[in-house]
Design a protein around this ligand. Structure first.
Ligand code: SAM
Length: 221
């Protein structure tokens, strides 16, 4: 991936990371842990229950050991995309998974409009080409399908982009909204503070794939 990070949204410096080595090095060791506490996981599951379609084919972008869907959710398929095969193989909610580095290859290995919904939990801070990636998520969603991006206040700092480390939780919401705007092709952009009264905060920014024509940038290699 030769293009400078940030997709022109901000200075490329904003998307530099302390550890800019290939992500497969950092994620080679499986981490079978959750990254938010039980209250935030419950809040995320409740949000998914409200927003994601039942019986559909879902994409869990930047997936790991758990997907945080409610236990009885009843998706037809949940496809995980992440960096560690062992973590995803041990995720009971995934029906299949693929190892794919979105920082090296923002193009997603899926066909147009093959998903009924998508989610990216507590991971958007690691993405160095967020506009291209969201354009790709738009491409693989059918029109009307939701995409939920959630985050809390923790991260692996060496792998988070500089702009994330330099900004507040509220500014993270604005930043993620700007990713959706810049990617284009989404409608009903909404942000919510779904934080439980105690413990880890939980924020979500979500939108639906619009029914208009895809931006050609979203389909280029
Ligand atoms: C903090 S964990 C979150 C995992 C999971 N979404 C959750 O809610 O527990 C970050 C995840 O992002 C994935 N990830 C990090 N960099 C990535 C990249 N360049 N391409 C694809 N996935 C990546 C890792 O595999 C890891 O599972």
């Amino acid at each position: 991936m030769d293009a400078p990070p940030g997709d022109g949204l901000l200075s490329p410096l904003a998307f530099m990371r302390e550890d800019d080595s290939s992500d497969d090095r950092f994620y080679v060791v499986p981490r079978k842990v959750v990254h938010i506490d039980d209250g935030a996981i419950a809040a995320l599951g409740a949000l998914y229950a409200e927003v994601l379609p039942r019986g559909g084919r879902l994409l869990d972008l930047m997936s790991s050991w758990r997907s945080h869907l409610p236990p009885d959710f009843g998706a037809r398929a949940v496809v995980g995309l992440g960096m560690n095969a062992e973590e995803m193989a041990d995720n009971p909610q995934l029906t299949s998974h693929v190892v794919h580095d979105v920082n090296r290859h923002p193009r997603l290995p899926f066909a147009d409009a093959e998903f009924d919904g998508a989610m990216c939990a507590v991971s958007i801070q690691y993405v160095i080409h967020p506009v291209r990636l969201l354009g790709e998520v738009r491409r693989v969603l059918r029109p009307g399908a939701p995409f939920v991006v959630s985050f809390s206040n923790r991260c692996f700092p060496s792998k988070a982009v500089a702009v994330w480390l330099d900004t507040t939780d509220e500014q993270h919401v604005t930043l993620v909204r700007s990713y959706f705007h810049a990617a284009g092709g989404f409608t009903d952009l909404t942000d919510e503070n779904r934080s439980p009264r105690r413990g880890d905060p939980l924020y979500a920014v979500r939108a639906r794939a619009s029914s208009g024509t895809l931006d050609p940038r979203a389909t280029s290699p």
